[in-house]
Design a protein around this ligand. Structure first.
Ligand code: FEO
Length: 395
């Protein structure tokens, strides 16, 4: 069912309430998602993006109930990733000669995935197409936000920026606009999306935000490809992105650990108490990595000024859950954050040193040698862990 966006623009996408993971199993999507496709019907009829492959038939059935597919003058593929291009093969079987406007890199990704020589029209930043009734579509390359092929398109007259993944959220909702959903939930999902997908590209994002600002576009709406359309104060999410791109952190310390027989867990709890006893204002959060969602942890790391990582030593190493989280944090390229380590051991006790080395390699500023404890923490060891927490609070 189509939904009215503005003037002659309608949403023709798919709400995916069931989606629980994205990028295979890499990214959790507790709140589902939407694949937003838009139909513009001026003198020219334009389709912007499609939906993920499993919903291709439903998408095309719905679309063809709204418009004769042969009346679509052209398609814009803002991004080649399958959640937006997945219905193209089925659609192009019906309208094989329809031009597809996209970036040069999108031609590579679409050909690479679908092995079809469709009627591609390559566009770059500043190029535009007249769609009649005094309106134009102006293209803006969004390279590495978050793929090399990413692009946005701006509709003059209605002042809508179709931003694709940028400014999106994995949030299933029947509501179309940001002012119609819970604000806390919206920002939680927007931040999770940023922390887990866009943070590695902060330097490019800053330049792109400056570039888009310099275009002096009047923006009434930002129509993303996931989640809601930013209609109420649409620049709020642009301003928030500008803050997030500046190596964002809040007054938060996050403790992450895994444990075998609860010795390292005990240290974690005493460290947390030590931090909050020395600084009543700082937010302290703690996660057993093996029992938590790693993407939610990454979101908390994104908000943190300091991350305290704990693991017991097993087979001369850290537990694999800890190694996996550090790998993920490294790939998110966090900057300007401090790190400290702790862990129990019975025999050799390498884990703390290994955590420090891995966290330094992941771009964190490692502070101190860390806290090691042999066997289960006794009263004195627990006091030492509290003192360690107090020191961490002063970093
Ligand atoms: Fe929503 Fe990069 O795909």
């Amino acid at each position: 069912m189509k939904k009215h966006v503005k003037s002659n623009v309608h949403w023709v996408g798919k709400v995916d309430w069931e989606l629980k993971t994205f990028h295979g199993e890499e990214l959790s999507t507790h709140k589902g998602s939407t694949y937003n496709s838009y139909l513009i019907q001026e003198e020219k009829n334009v389709l912007i993006d499609t939906v993920w492959t499993p919903y291709a038939k439903e998408f095309i059935d719905n679309l063809s109930s709204e418009i004769d597919l042969d009346d679509i003058d052209f398609i814009i593929a803002n991004h080649g990733e399958v959640d937006h291009s997945g219905s193209l093969p089925a659609l192009m079987e019906r309208i094989p000669d329809t031009p597809i406007y996209c970036s040069a890199n999108a031609v590579k990704s679409l050909k690479g995935q679908y092995h079809q020589d469709w009627n591609f029209k390559v566009v770059k930043t500043g190029d535009s197409i007249d769609i009649g009734n005094g309106k134009q579509l102006v293209f803006v390359e969004m390279t590495m936000l978050h793929w090399p092929d990413s692009m946005a398109v701006y509709l003059t007259g209605d002042n809508i920026l179709f931003s694709n993944d940028a400014f999106g959220q994995h949030l299933a909702t029947e509501a179309l606009f940001n002012d119609k959903v819970d604000r806390c939930e919206l920002y939680q999902e927007a931040m999770k999306y940023y922390a887990n997908i866009l943070n590695p590209y902060n330097p490019r994002l800053k330049k792109k935000l400056d570039e888009v600002s310099s275009l002096n576009l009047d923006i009434d709406m930002i129509a993303t490809s996931h989640g809601v359309i930013w209609r109420d104060d649409p620049m709020q999410i642009v301003e928030r992105y500008a803050q997030w791109a500046e190596d964002y952190q809040e007054d938060q310390i996050t403790i992450v650990y895994d444990t075998m027989w609860n010795g390292t867990k005990t240290l974690a709890e005493r460290i947390a108490e030590g931090i909050s006893s020395a600084d009543a204002d700082v937010t302290v959060k703690m996660f057993n990595i093996a029992k938590s969602d790693v993407n939610d942890i990454v979101t908390e790391v994104f908000r943190s000024k300091t991350v305290v990582v704990g693991s017991p030593t097993m087979s001369n190493s850290t537990l694999h859950s800890v190694a996996g989280l550090i790998h993920l944090m490294k790939s998110m390229r966090f900057k300007g954050k401090k790190a400290a380590a702790f862990g129990c051991y019975g025999w050799s006790g390498e884990s703390v040193k290994m955590i420090n080395e891995a966290m330094a390699d992941a771009g964190f500023e490692v502070v101190g040698e860390g806290l090691r404890n042999q066997w289960n923490p006794d009263v004195e060891a627990q006091k030492a862990a509290m003192e360690y927490g107090r020191k961490i609070s002063q970093l």
